[in-house]
Design a protein around this ligand. Sequence first.
Ligand code: ADP
Length: 382
Amino acid sequence: MNEPTRRILIIDDSPEDCFTLRHYLSQNSDYPVIFSEASLGEKGLELCRTFSPDCILLDFQLPDMDGLEFLSELVDELGSVSYPVVMLTGQGSEAVAVEAMKNGAQDYLIKGKLTPENLQRAIDNAIEKVFIRQKLEEQHQALEQRNHELQTFAFVVAHDLRAPLRAINGFAQVILEDYQAELSKDVQHYLDNILQAGTRMDQLIQDLLTYSRLGHQAVRLQPIVLCSLLEEVVQDLAFSEVEYSLNISSSLSVIYSDPTLLRQIFTNLITNAFTYQRPGVIPKIEVTCKAQDNGLLASVADNGIGISSSNYDEIFEVFRRLHGQDNYVGTGIGLAAVKKASEMLGGRVWVESVVDKGSTFWVNLPRCVKDAGLVGIERTST
Ligand code: ADP
């Protein structure tokens, strides 16, 4: 198969170096090349537009700009460096070349060590790297688009399903209340079942709406007083258990995060810690927050029924429940929402558990602590 012709733009102010580069690349008849040359960065930028190179060989020291400036001008023009660039540096400039790679160059070669082989290899690698990166970006964008469409679909469906459901529940309720005397026991029983199923479906739809809203909302970072947020979460939950022990401790005061997402995380984890309890055992829940590498490491631990390690991953999927409604009421969306909220904040959630002893859910949110080790809180409710 014929090799494709590579369009190579040489940007170098040294005629000798340009000659060497051309000479090295013209030696191999199986490696067809078309050249264009510029001795100034400005001219090089212009040729990027008119010559459309497959690869740029860029001298680091140009009379009008250095290699890093050239790369940033390319970014200004294109939004990112989408041309394969091989930086050519002198001996001892490796640190600068590495910097260039961080700024968009794919490779660098030291001029004194050039050979026809390593030059060809660097060009081909650079072309391949950019090709793969562009393909990945395209796939990523397509995936984002599909995700967005799916989220919109779920949101619209959930929203539109609620109206007819309200009508079903409302009429069933009216018949039960206003026509009770005329209804046989069987009919009353069937209507009760309709109402129960309708109420459960309404709860499912509400949870699904909350979940899909999460995907639509922008992340708004702001300073949050962690202990106040945790207090609010616990107050809103208003647990009805006669006896329980809840301990919240935090060695952090203020973090920079999104309060809505953070509330989602703690509300769901603390609710589950109360829900999945063993009969006859007093719920003992421990919430801790501490700094870890400029991030937040939070845990919610309970002494409940526990989770088998074979289910650690699946419980974070939407609608995935390990128990029937008869044992523990739920919709199977809480942990999926925790996962989504954690990921939106750049973090992750995981669980460690022992069956019949209890579970600890961990949440790690990076880069949200500006001043680690601030005054914290210790709170116990019984
Ligand atoms: P829901 O609680 O509405 O069922 P979740 O997504 O919050 O939905 O949880 C998914 C499943 O994970 C639950 O049905 C339960 O089986 C299991 N689970 C969650 N939290 C705990 C916990 N603290 N202890 C034991 N099992 C849990």
